[in-house]
Design a protein around this ligand. Structure first.
Ligand code: SF4
Length: 324
């Protein structure tokens, strides 16, 4: 049986894990990722802390942390201290406009490859990687094509499935409604939070754009082969590195460039900024979103309960009401 390799960020290439004969899994798609209230240590991001606890409990699997934020970086140190010997810290450069940053990303993939071999992976064959990239690209494209027409919940579930086992789940078109189109933007969106999409509908809104980092944004890597001339590893490097839409990047203008046309084409009238307790990275964008897009922004905090906490639902209802 293939060993599971859990990824804490969609910007760590799952295709590279599969090419080593191991099974990549988006940690956010795991049903057992977090049950019940979030562990809330003072100042610690609830998602990062849950990732540490998950890693601690899954010593027969590997967990890849990233340096996308200090919280995950510290989470890696803690996971090692708590006995997870198959943890790896993937250095995701925050800067992205220089050749040195691209080279660093490439080197990190090579270093990750060494780690995967050390835990029992096999040396990747270029042809296996090429086939996997083509398959992944097709699935990402099909999901993206369904994004605006599918039910918000069906789409979130289908993307979570893709990050779990790479599969494509056919999507049903959503019934037309006159609900107010909203964008949900922010940190990881987990299975217990899917109910929030129903709660938004019940409040009279509809998530026309799910730009949380594990849903539509996460599908942005794309793999182009030009007349068979490219080496699959180069295609993998550029497919990710040229298309990361991360709040952690400096500058994070690619996030804004990605959002702008989608907010317009989906007629979005308000932004729900979804963030975990302790996540300053996403919270800090609220004012810039307001100023850049000229849209009202509601900050909504992820809780350990399915959907949103009751007090957050009241705020959500009031927000939608003001947009009528
Ligand atoms: S939610 Fe924010 S603080 Fe938490 S791991 Fe993600 S970026 Fe880091």
């Amino acid at each position: 049986m293939q060993m599971d390799v859990f990824l804490t960020s969609p910007w760590i290439p799952a295709e590279w894990i599969r090419a080593h004969g191991l099974q990549p899994r988006g940690i956010w798609s795991a049903e057992t990722f977090q049950h019940g209230p979030w562990p809330l240590s003072a100042g610690v991001c609830a998602f990062a802390e849950a990732a540490v606890r998950f890693a601690e409990a899954r010593t027969n699997s590997a967990v890849i942390f990233s340096t996308a934020c200090d919280q995950l970086r510290r989470g890696f140190d803690t996971a090692i201290l708590r006995g997870q010997s198959r943890a790896f810290l993937f250095n995701l450069p925050a800067t992205w406009q220089t050749a040195a940053a691209t080279q660093m990303f490439r080197s990190e993939l090579e270093r990750l490859g060494q780690f995967l071999l050390a835990i029992g992976g096999r040396a990747p064959s270029p042809e296996v990687l090429r086939q996997d990239l083509l398959q992944s690209s097709r699935t990402r494209k099909r999901l993206l094509e369904s994004a605006s027409a599918s039910s918000p919940r069906g789409f979130a579930e289908a993307v979570a499935r893709f990050h779990w086992d790479g599969a494509f789940s056919p999507l049903q078109p959503a019934a037309p409604t006159n609900h107010i189109p909203l964008a949900l933007v922010g940190g990881p969106f987990l299975a217990p939070h899917w109910k929030l999409l129903d709660e938004i509908e019940a409040a009279g809104g509809r998530v026309a754009l799910n730009a949380t980092e594990t849903v539509e944004c996460s599908l942005s890597p794309t793999f182009e082969f030009e007349a068979g001339a490219n080496h699959p590893f180069d295609v993998l490097v550029h497919g990710y590195w040229d298309n990361i839409i991360g709040v952690f990047q400096r500058p994070n203008t690619r996030l804004y460039s990605w959002l702008k046309p989608r907010l317009a084409s989906r007629h979005v009238r308000g932004i729900v900024l979804w963030h975990f307790t302790g996540c300053d990275l996403w919270r800090a964008e609220a004012q810039t979103f307001r100023e850049t897009f000229g849209l009202p922004v509601l900050l909504l905090e992820a809780s350990g309960e399915p959907g949103a906490a009751p007090r957050e639902i009241n705020r959500l209802q009031a927000f939608v009401e003001t947009l009528r």
